[in-house]
Design a binder for this molecule. Sequence first.
Ligand SMILES: *Cc1c(COP(=O)(O)O)cnc(C)c1O
Length: 397
Amino acid sequence: MKNSRTHQDSEFNSAGIGYWKNEEPIEETWSDYKWQLKNRITNLNTLEKHLNLTSDERNGVLLSGDKLALSITPYFLNLIDTDDHNCPIRKQVIPSIEEITTSPEEMTDPCEEDSHMPVPGLVHRYPDRVLFLVTDRCASYCRYCTRSRVVSGAGDQEFETNYEAAFEYLKNNTSIRDVLLSGGDPLLFSDSKLEAILKRLRSIDHIEFIRIGTRIPIFLPQRITSELCSMLKKYHPLWMSVHSNHPREITTEVAEALGRLADAGIPLGNQSVLLKGVNDDIPTMRALVHKLLQCRVRPYYLYQCDLISGSAHLRTSASKGIEIIEGLRGHTTGYAIPQFVIDAPGGGGKVPINPEYVIERDETKLVIRNYEGKSFIYPEPKIPVMSPLEPSAMMHE
Ligand SMILES: *Cc1c(COP(=O)(O)O)cnc(C)c1O
């Protein structure tokens, strides 16, 4: 039973119930997240029952499995257009043979996270916040995963997190006011296991701000139960960053899940990765950010794809990202515009990359341009301001 789905990006459509070629009625179980998890598509045999693969995809499934596992929730698989081999949903989760080729510039740990871990599982790169990797498993695996060296359990490197040492480190480092739970996907934990972590974090006075980075609202919206939301809201201020790349991912199921989270008072952000043939054009990104705003999600970051090994076929130029931001700024709601960033190779952290709106600048004025390309002059104050870089200013330090 093929679901009739329109592919108009601006409309909210359901992913539908049941696989295209599934004969059994599964309506009762489809909305049960445990059923969705148990029935994830993890091997070639099952995948080929539901989808005609190209030989590149078929070989990709066979050969890339020892780097990053294949896993797709039935719900998300249903979003794939069976007839379109360039389907933007398909490219994100179906392996391609191109994954086994590593370009010279590519790395297994492009953001040098492993060397920034004071204790296993805790990445401490910035002065006041840490990234806490609590699990190596996700509901489905993104083929461009920046952490594929450890995520999914298929690769050679073993995932390691030492909870007690991590909590001890957080307790002893009073400069840490912000903890970002990620992985893997923290929402894969049971409510009680996740609550135990949140409780420990909340028992540390100097931790003001907790965030969860998750793609579960997109891969498995059924997981966002009212029980989960009631638990989460006890640990405010709790923010959440979701991960969506294409407007078709924002289905009615996802919109409802995001609504439940927003109703629980959780401020929502979205992180997108710029991917070739998926979202590297202005109309697609515009449709995505507009849908996100309708779901009370603020587009947060647009990432230039990390130099993860085997990702060359999904990466596009940084100028594409700049062009997209330029195509949004001024043309649409300011809230809809994410910050385009490059997570600097070698561990420099996130660096904002912006279109150039300052045409000319000296001590007396700035020549700026607006979104339509018209230029304007802003005169600087007449009183000379001492530059912090002048030697005389530095002497006072
Ligand atoms: C992205 C990231 C953070 C959070 O950065 P924000 O800009 O505050 O969202 C923290 N630590 C690490 C290691 C990160 O990669």
